[in-house]
Design a protein around this ligand. Structure first.
Ligand SMILES: C[S@@+](CC[C@H](N)C(=O)[O-])C[C@H]1O[C@@H](n2cnc3c(N)ncnc32)[C@H](O)[C@@H]1O
Length: 282
């Protein structure tokens, strides 16, 4: 395959970590989903990182962090898959991935041809993702629009210009992207998607009891921001369930430990407060 530049620094690098997780899951006999394109992303990224000694050392760190997050994050991917499948079965035809990373649901889930998937992420992410997909002649089963854009800017206008229809219900996916935004941009993004959400639209907020000082999180932060990076901004100011209720969403909470039961993986957190706030626009 021709050489493509992988994002070797900055937040887009985290997308490679999740691709590593999906690639590992896809190799398991008891896999929860199959993501063959993840292998192509991982192979291309590995080739790019390991061209230099420093890059090879960083690649090892990325692999080590992905390994530490694997068990819970991989189950999380499947839970999001299930919600997408439910939404589509219920008639939803508009799906927006906020911080799509190397997600391949438009290719791997058999989504219907009359649905549209909008993928929003940083330009450097798509500068890596799209050439890899093109080299494989990968074809989505659904309409797919890519928006290389910073979510800290006004993304609603380009989204609408690409054909997004606010009068249709939308399934919005934030799978680990919005927490990277400063709190004010995180809030503005949720406020924006709220104004773009017709009745019947869905959104979800994760509620995790995370210790940001725990080793895997600290290492992830160093990989993204550099080894001398300071602390991330505090959580205050980010929208929560109360914000959603006050802005026209119905919410229900599903505990992580209940959601994972059918999947048969040993990833219980034994904390009934951890889970997802599932929101439906009314
Ligand atoms: C942990 S990855 C998750 C990617 C994807 N949702 C997945 O599950 O594979 C976080 C993603 O958020 C994207 N992201 C972070 N900040 C962003 C911003 N300001 N604008 C657009 N995308 C951003 C990163 O580029 C990265 O692809």
């Amino acid at each position: 395959m021709t050489h493509v530049n992988a994002p070797t620094a900055g937040v887009a690098l985290t997308a490679i970590g999740v691709a590593l997780i999906r690639e590992q899951e896809s190799r398991r006999p008891d896999r929860l989903y199959a993501d063959p394109l993840a292998t192509a992303f991982v192979d291309a990224a590995r080739r790019d990182f390991t061209r230099t000694g420093a890059g090879a050392a960083k690649w090892e760190r990325v692999e080590a962090v992905a390994e530490q997050f694997f068990a819970g994050r991989s189950v999380g991917v499947r839970l999001v898959d299930d919600r997408v499948a439910e939404a589509v079965a219920a008639g939803c035809r508009q799906i927006v991935l906020l911080g799509a990373g190397l997600d391949t649901r438009a290719f791997r889930m058999g989504l219907p041809a009359d649905a549209t998937v909008y993928e929003l992420d940083l330009p450097e992410l798509f500068a890596f993702k799209e050439p890899v997909l093109r080299a494989l002649h990968a074809t989505p089963t659904t309409l797919r629009h890519v928006l290389p854009i910073d979510l800290r800017t006004d993304w609603a206008v380009p989204l609408r210009e690409r054909g997004f229809r606010p009068e249709l219900p939308t399934h919005w996916i934030d799978e680990g992207a919005l927490p990277y935004l400063p709190p004010e941009d995180h809030l503005r993004t949720v406020a924006t998607l709220t104004t773009l959400s017709a009745p019947g639209s869905h959104f979800g907020l994760s509620r995790f009891a995370v210790d940001p000082e725990a080793a895997p999180y600290a290492e992830l932060r160093r990989l993204v921001a550099g080894d001398d990076a300071g602390m991330p901004p505090p959580d205050a100011g980010r929208p929560g369930e109360q914000w959603l209720l006050e802005h026209g969403w119905h919410t229900r909470f599903r505990a992580w430990d209940d959601m994972i039961v059918p999947l048969g993986r040993d990833v219980a957190v034994n904390d009934p407060e951890v889970g997802v706030v599932l929101a439906e626009r009314v």
